[in-house]
Design a protein around this ligand. Structure first.
Ligand SMILES: [Zn+2]
Length: 317
């Protein structure tokens, strides 16, 4: 993309930040960072799905402002994504949900409460999700097809969840981290999309390996924290093994919230809270880099193709 206004209308030149100003340095620094990030992602497929977990958290300015920045970013690159919206946000800000739909994106559910599934249990989950799904359908204008568990917490202790999601009418879930992880994971689950026996399609989060660690590198704090050379290596490794696997990224509104003060989160320790807070300025350029030369389409538009090749797991006895 052109950086300066050669041949551009005068109005857009007038809106460019002035060289030497603080804004100019910040903007051009971001552009350079986006270009560096784009190089690092060059081996990844041109088609992917940009996903957002729309949630609030203590100390933040709320989900609305950063979510709208993401809408602008996707508009500017002609991309469409999937937004998993937490019920709390649906209740507090239905206009935001409608705006996401108006921009052409898919709206899906991030659950009725931001808790680990295992801590919740099937009874509370079924009741909470029944209400949350109806509310989201009401606000967005269509019943959601997709669900993402908070913290990717579809673990062996929550193996009851896929059947309930299918029963409620969900077509797919994007809730499983198929490795050992300090927060939540299901070691031994397939790395590739599969159908649960009840029919629900599961889209496990793409992982990158660093020694014994398996990290969901294309999202959240990993995307912010990993150095560019590491992101480049993980992208190359993922692409080499992908064999047509669907690629997707994820982020949260707070990943872009640079104005937020440091708070001790109730769902993370002191170190975790610090890591979730630091380095947020790198989020936007890295997402820009990911979108450069790449097209995002919502999961809903890819389900038939992905589902056709997905086996059933666990395999029928
Ligand atoms: Zn979340």
């Amino acid at each position: 993309m052109a950086l300066t206004g050669t041949g551009a209308p005068a109005t857009s030149i007038a809106m460019q930040p002035c060289p030497g100003t603080h804004t100019y340095q910040r903007e051009s620094g971001r552009t350079r960072a986006a270009e560096r990030a784009a190089l690092g992602f060059a081996t990844l497929p041109a088609l992917f799905t940009f996903t957002v977990d729309v949630e609030t958290h203590p100390g933040g300015a709320g989900a609305a402002a950063p979510t709208r920045r993401l809408l602008d970013l996707l508009d500017a690159t002609g991309s469409l994504g999937t937004f998993f919206v937490l019920d709390e946000v649906v209740r507090a800000d239905p206009t935001l949900v409608r705006d996401i739909v108006r921009h052409g994106h898919e709206v899906a559910s991030h659950g009725h409460a931001h808790r680990h599934l295992a801590a919740e249990g099937p009874v509370a989950f079924r009741a909470g999700m029944t209400a949350a799904r109806a509310r989201l359908a009401d606000v967005s204008g269509a019943p959601p097809l997709g669900y993402r568990a908070p913290y990717f917490s579809l673990t062996p202790a929550a193996r009851w969840a896929p059947a309930i999601l299918a029963e409620l009418g969900f077509a797919y879930s994007s809730s499983l981290l198929p490795a050992r992880n300090p927060l939540a994971g299901w070691p031994g689950a397939p790395l590739r999309p599969f159908h649960w026996t009840g029919g629900l399609l599961e889209l496990p989060v793409p992982l990158g390996r660093i020694g014994p660690l398996a990290l969901p590198f294309l999202g959240g704090m990993y995307l912010r924290w990993l150095p560019p050379w590491r992101l480049r290596a993980l992208s190359r490794d993922w692409a080499a093994k992908a064999d047509g696997d669907p690629l997707w990224s994820y982020c949260h509104p707070y990943d872009l919230d640079t104005a937020e003060g440091l708070v001790r989160r109730p769902d993370a320790g002191a170190l975790g809270s610090l890591m979730l807070w630091l380095n947020r300025r790198s989020t936007l350029p890295r997402l820009q880099g990911l979108l450069r030369g790449r097209r995002s389409v919502p999961f809903a538009a890819r389900l038939a193709e992905i589902g056709a090749q997905a086996p059933v797991w666990p395999p029928p006895a």
